[in-house]
Design a binder for this molecule. Structure first.
Ligand SMILES: NC(=O)c1ccc[n+]([C@@H]2O[C@H](COP(=O)([O-])OP(=O)(O)OC[C@H]3O[C@@H](n4cnc5c(N)ncnc54)[C@H](OP(=O)(O)O)[C@@H]3O)[C@@H](O)[C@H]2O)c1
Length: 305
């Protein structure tokens, strides 16, 4: 089993693979979800030794946190790490709110839904356009001092906003859109985070399922953000990943997840899951070590993105 990862300057440590839970109770975001599946997804993660559960108020407007809160009552709290996020204001059409009072109330509300007395990682989910970022982070620093949270995160902040938020060196972790087919963060964000000892968690690591290799050339319309030329290139690259996967008796998804685990710029990869079997399969990526050469090959296959 892979070694534990330390989050930023905090005391929090986790396995290098976590669970994304926007399909656990996230009825406002996805059609056709069943709460029973969500329960099994969380149990599967905890049974397989996945320590980090990544949730948010926004996933079901509290429902994801509630499901996690219920399921985790049967598990040893010291063995898993909860990351949650807030910003969407239910009293203002879910517009981002980073006001210190709002953030502090959000921490208290999340603690209740999660049925726990501390949250390991608390992220500001989205920046608002009025609160000075350092003031918002200071509110979380006070929550950290009070023992309610253990690490401070920001998500969906531009690099300038991250710098402003981290004015007092208090940000431990950043969560942003990044994957082999969405590599913007590599240019300027990664060097800044590394220099300031801030961990990075990519969201959409499987590009919403595309990088599992389960889609065919005919499915381009399901991924309309990619032109047909780009989509064809992704399909061709995934065919080549398949050869590396076969050599490890692994799936394409496991091989791609093993690439993130080996990537020094990434702290924790948090693939989402709709059903428990996906979690069981993804968890096995922690037992797969790709070689330096295979790492470079996969890197090059997707270099154009
Ligand atoms: N901070 C933010 O603003 C933000 C934004 C987005 C997401 N997130 C977080 O990041 C996490 C990851 O992102 P994501 O879940 O949206 O996308 P993702 O990890 O790129 O893709 C996850 C989806 O791929 C499919 N999948 C996963 N494993 C599979 C497997 N082994 N075989 C086949 N299909 C598989 C499942 O969908 P289907 O079965 O439906 O195909 C699953 O829901 C989220 O769960 C959430 O916690 C954060």
């Amino acid at each position: 089993m892979a070694q534990r990862i330390k989050i930023g300057k905090s005391t929090v440590t986790t396995t290098p693979l976590g669970l994304g839970t926007n399909k656990v109770g996230g009825h406002n975001l996805f059609d056709g979800l069943k709460d029973e599946d969500g329960v099994e997804v969380v149990k599967a993660a905890l049974e397989d030794g996945i320590s980090l559960l990544d949730t948010a108020y926004m996933y079901g407007l509290g429902k994801s946190e509630e499901i996690i809160g219920n399921v985790t009552q049967d598990y040893d709290r010291s063995k898993f790490v909860i990351a949650t996020k807030a910003a969407q204001d239910p009293n203002n059409d879910l517009k981002p709110n980073n006001d210190p009072k709002f953030l502090k109330k959000s921490v208290d509300d999340a603690l209740q839904r999660l049925q726990t007395d501390y949250i390991d990682i608390f992220y500001i989910h989205f920046p608002d356009d009025k609160t000075p970022k350092a003031e918002a982070v200071q509110a979380l620093a006070e929550e950290k001092k009070a023992g309610k949270i253990k690490a401070i995160g920001v998500s969906n902040f531009s690099l300038d906003q991250i710098k402003e938020a981290n004015a007092d060196n208090q940000v431990d972790i950043v969560e942003d859109n990044y994957s082999l087919v969405h590599r913007e963060a590599e240019k300027e964000e990664f060097p800044y985070l590394k220099e300031h000892q801030i961990s990075f968690v990519p969201y959409f690591p499987l590009s919403s399922g595309l990088l599992t290799g389960k889609y065919t050339p005919a499915d381009n319309s399901k991924f309309s953000r990619f032109s047909s030329k780009q989509y064809t290139a992704i399909m061709a690259a995934l065919e080549k990943v398949k050869a590396i996967a076969v050599a490890h008796q692994a799936t394409v998804a496991q091989t791609i997840l093993a690439w993130y685990i080996k990537n020094q710029n990434i702290s924790v990869v948090i693939p989402g899951a709709r059903v428990a079997d996906q979690v069981h399969s993804n968890a096995q990526a922690m037992d797969i070590t790709i070689s330096d050469d295979e790492f470079k090959q996969i890197d090059q296959l997707f270099k154009q993105f």
